[in-house]
Ligand binder design. Structure first.
Ligand code: AMP
Length: 543
């Protein structure tokens, strides 16, 4: 027997309609190349409907892919709603990728329109001859700023000119909720980047579940500074979940340095911000020199994308008086999967015990099933010790890549293997020990590169550390640590080894420590261990 409830599809357009109706006056603030823009959820909805009319006038059909190459801004938000709203697919492209990867991705997606920040005009100019499917190139700027770009790139159109004069009474179509809404390529896998194709249903369900207090905890009382880029895993779904919650959203544009971030946090009374660890390290470095800029309204900081080290969490909490929440997920998961939520007995814990929990990536949110398995696929116990590959399953987790690239990505029971290695403790807190390919295999045992990096960060002179496995004749691999010191500070190898020895087992200690001036990062801000392994493949360990 079926229930007798209404069967209304879960659509992205319902989010912006709701935000307009109930939170229409709530602000959407954006720092763009052409100045600060102040709008509201209502004006976002109005402009998204104008953009929808413009897209249709340009010939965009349901299912067509429309690409963006842009930092976080109100215009990017309008594209999120207009493109998906008409049944087309929003393809967010990461501008930090190499030109060859950009060309591959845009051609693979067969994007028909490309919307981009004026700063990327020279890059797009270079790519243009290789992009046969793109019919229109639109810069996210008004007519005056576009005119300046048109002098050297005459084919570009102005976003504002496209919108002006368009009707704002467009009615969003009632689509099948399984219609594709957005596309994001991940380079976390081997081979070419692969497209993760989100549906309206998966997007709305992820937004709904991630709003929960123990995950992002969004509400209409929050002012959110969205630092995580909208081109990477839909900005952790915040462009959608913030509409559902009616939160104020502040978009920082391209300036993510400590000074610019602090300025926005204070001027927009931001209560919550989301970003990768590197951004927060930059913020702390800035505040060391400018303590007067300390954010006054910030209450919560959500960190994910790479492991947040204990030392970073401790500093942020004590120096900024904020609550740090550690998130884990991936592009294939829409992206949020776990959050380091507070357990019921939180108030009985010592501050050290609280930090022990916050360093873990946390408990899985409702809607995501998660397990750790050994090399034979057997589930491992939740004892906080056994570590194995993390597998996930759920309604906002990919079952296949776009155009079936790479074949089937789930096992016979529908589980997707994340490529991360983790432990799960008896209370369900997961702790990532490594990416499967980064774990150091020494004498048949595994050494966690993340644990070693976090241990190094305990030393006050260490700014960033990376650990990779280097070939060893006896042990197969041994850890090599690369360290960047803070400006004007230093630490010796021996000092660092003794700090590490107080944190990890003796046989985990790196066989060598090198001091370097920079470390390579990927286009999504993670340490580029592949590059480091290549760079140091012939490094001769003193052992
Ligand atoms: P991406 O698909 O680019 O977002 O990358 C996802 C990967 O980032 C995950 O599979 C993890 O390896 C890593 N990651 C994300 N969040 C965390 C975290 N909190 N701690 C450790 N690794 C993380």
């Amino acid at each position: 027997m079926f229930g007798l409830m209404q069967d209304r599809p879960l659509l992205v357009s319902s989010l912006i309609e709701y935000a307009d109706q109930i939170h229409g006056e709530t602000e959407i603030v954006s720092r763009c190349a052409d100045g600060m823009h102040r709008g509201t959820w209502r004006s976002t909805h109005k402009r998204a409907r104008q953009l929808a009319s413009a897209l249709i006038a340009l010939g965009v059909k349901p299912g067509d892919r429309v690409a963006t190459l842009a930092w976080n801004s109100h215009r990017h938000l309008e594209l999120y709603y207009a493109v998906s709203g008409i049944g087309a697919v929003l393809h967010t492209v990461n501008p930090r990728l190499f030109p060859e990867q950009l060309t591959y991705i845009i051609n693979h997606a067969e994007d028909t329109l490309l919307f981009y920040d004026t700063a990327f005009a020279p890059l797009v100019e270079k790519l243009k001859p290789e992009l046969p499917t793109v019919k229109h190139f639109v810069v996210l700027a008004d007519e005056a700023a576009t005119a300046a770009v048109q002098k050297s790139h005459p084919y570009v159109r102005s976003y504002e000119a496209l919108l002006s004069g368009q009707r704002d009474d467009y009615v969003w179509p009632v689509l099948d909720e399984n219609t594709a809404a957005a596309l994001c390529y991940t380079s976390g896998t081997t081979g070419n980047p692969k497209g993760v194709l989100y549906s309206h249903r998966s997007t709305v369900l992820h937004a709904l579940a991630s709003c929960m207090k123990d995950v992002l905890g969004l509400s209409c009382q929050e002012s959110v500074l969205l630092i995580v880029p909208m081109f990477h895993a839909s900005g952790w779904g915040v462009p959608y979940s913030a509409a559902m919650a009616g939160a104020k959203v502040v978009f920082p544009g391209a300036a993510l340095d400590g000074a610019s971030v602090c300025e926005l946090l204070n001027s927009e009374s931001c209560t919550l911000s989301l970003g990768v660890p590197t951004v927060w390290l930059g913020l702390l470095a800035y505040l060391d020199k400018h303590p007067e800029s300390k954010p006054k309204h910030l209450r919560r900081m959500l960190i994910g994308g790479s492991a947040a080290a204990r030392a970073l969490i401790a500093r942020l909490e004590s120096e900024l008086s904020v609550d740090v929440i550690h998130l884990w997920g991936m592009t294939e998961m829409s992206p949020v999967g776990t959050a380091s939520q507070r357990p019921r007995h939180w108030n009985t814990l010592s501050s050290d015990e609280k930090l022990d929990l916050k360093v873990k990536q946390g408990r899985v949110m409702w809607g995501v099933e998660l397990k750790i398995v050994d090399d034979n696929g057997q589930a491992l116990p939740h004892d906080g010790k056994a570590f194995g590959t993390v597998k996930v399953r759920g309604p906002w987790i990919a079952k296949s890549y776009f155009r079936s690239e790479g074949g089937s990505i789930v096992d016979d029971d529908g589980w997707f293997s994340t490529g991360d290695v983790a432990t799960i403790d008896p209370s369900g807190y997961m702790q990532i020990t490594d990416r499967a390919k980064d774990v150091i295999k020494s004498g048949g045992e595994w050494i966690s590169s993340i644990d070693l990096e976090n241990a190094a960060l305990v030393h006050p002179a260490v700014q960033e550390a990376a650990v990779i496995g280097v070939a060893h004749p006896t042990w197969q691999e041994r850890p090599l640590m690369l360290v960047i010191c803070k400006p004007g500070q230093s630490v010796t190898r021996d000092e660092l080894q003794s700090v590490l020895a107080s944190k990890v087992a003796k046989w985990w200690l790196p066989d060598d420590i090198l001091f370097v001036s920079e470390l390579p990062h990927t286009a999504t801000g993670k340490l580029n261990k592949l590059k480091l392994r290549e760079q140091y493949q012939h490094h001769k360990l003193p052992t």
